[in-house]
Design a protein around this ligand. Structure first.
Ligand code: FAQ
Length: 332
């Protein structure tokens, strides 16, 4: 799936990456929309930048299971429960494709998890906000998955093959997630006055954090220039944020809900929606660990990891036994 033709004796990286930082062939391949595959030579900085982004993305998917997982036992009907369980399972799957993609770059999954658990790698700010009502399941699907799609569709054209291919499937699943969130909010918005108020309250709380998901403004984004030159990112943070606003405003109208920004205005000249100033100090505080749920999310993640130790040990023992019994079958 990831184009990783590793035999038991081959290492993931067979070519010499030294001195490739200025390699014109490498940049020429990127510029001609060529794909970089796991066994291709690549500058060490390109490799590290990808590991950084893919690992953070994987961690986000896994930590992102928590806010919605919180509502599985309280879903208002069996149908809603089944849909939410499927969605949360999808997020786990996304995390696994992404860890596998990072492994094709030579990263070790256990190391990546260790970096998450010790705070040396990040995950998306959005998952540090609480899910207070059922309407939050609608707001997360509609806004958070909606933002994720806007961010990730261009990543299907990322220069690194395994990441781009993982994104194709992820985006298909995120589209379903986004629509189920929209449908939850549509039902609530057209329900009783109390249900409508619950939907509006959720949108009020999730709107601004969703805009922050796209990252700092371009002038404060240290990674964008290089990531765009290397074809990892195809658009800047601000470009994608604007695209999300333009897509979402008409959807809010269709839902009969108000986006909590008095400065939202159609700009006939730019043909985009103008929006109010984002409080980026809040984003930086949440990234630093000071959001409403950072401590809770990390404690839960570490506990889940510790409690899963026996599963990892059993899987390793089984794999070792299979390898000893039948070395050819074990690597097939
Ligand atoms: N939260 O220079 P830039 C989802 C960090 S998946 C936390 O602009 P870059 C699915 C950034 O890492 C959501 N940290 O960085 C779902 C960097 O730190 P570093 C995740 C943030 O990489 C739905 C520093 O700030 N999606 O939602 C954030 O060029 C529902 C400077 O920033 C992805 O990860 C933030 N919001 O652009 C699951 C998509 N923003 O590493 C469950 C892939 C920035 O230098 C339920 N990633 N930072 O120490 C990307 O597209 C990019 O990495 C960006 C950031 C756009 C997130």
């Amino acid at each position: 799936m990831y184009g990783n033709d590793l035999s038991p004796t081959a290492s993931p990286v067979t070519r010499n990456d030294d001195n490739l930082e200025d390699d014109t062939d490498f940049q020429a391949t990127i510029d001609s929309a060529g794909r970089i595959e796991p066994r291709d030579a690549m500058p060490e900085a390109y490799r590290n930048n990808l590991i950084r982004q893919i690992a953070q993305h994987a961690h986000s998917e896994i930590i992102g299971m928590q806010p919605e997982g919180n509502w599985i036992s309280r879903a208002p009907s069996l149908k809603r429960k089944a849909i939410l369980m499927a969605k949360v399972q999808d997020e786990a799957g996304h995390g696994l494709y992404l860890y596998a993609a990072a492994e094709t770059l030579g990263a070790d999954r256990a190391d990546l998890l260790d970096m998450l658990h010790t705070g040396r790698q990040k995950y998306s700010s959005i998952f540090n906000y609480p899910t207070l009502t059922w309407a939050d399941m609608g707001a997360i699907g509609w806004l958070v998955d909606g933002a994720a799609i806007v961010n990730q569709v261009p990543l299907c054209r990322c220069s690194y093959g395994p990441y781009a291919r993982a994104m194709v499937r992820v985006c298909k699943e995120e589209s379903f997630h986004q629509r189920q969130g929209f449908e939850i909010l549509h039902t609530l918005s057209n329900g009783t006055p109390a249900q409508h108020a619950m939907a509006q309250d959720a949108v009020d709380r999730w709107w601004w954090p969703s805009l922050m998901m796209f990252g700092p403004p371009d002038e404060a984004s240290p990674n964008t220039e290089r990531s765009m030159r290397w074809g990892v990112k195809r658009f800047s943070n601000d470009e994608l944020r604007q695209r999300f606003v333009d897509m979402t405003v008409p959807q809010a109208e269709a839902l009969g809900l108000t986006l909590p920004d008095p400065e939202l205005r159609w700009n006939a000249e730019s043909e985009h929606w103008d929006f109010g100033e984002i409080d980026f100090t809040e984003l930086f505080e949440v990234i630093k660990g000071n959001g409403p749920c950072n401590a809770q999310r990390m404690a839960h993640r570490r506990r889940a990891h510790d409690e899963g130790a026996w599963v990892r040990e059993a899987a390793s023992a089984y794999a070792a036994k299979r390898a000893a019994d039948d070395p050819v079958q074990a690597v097939a």
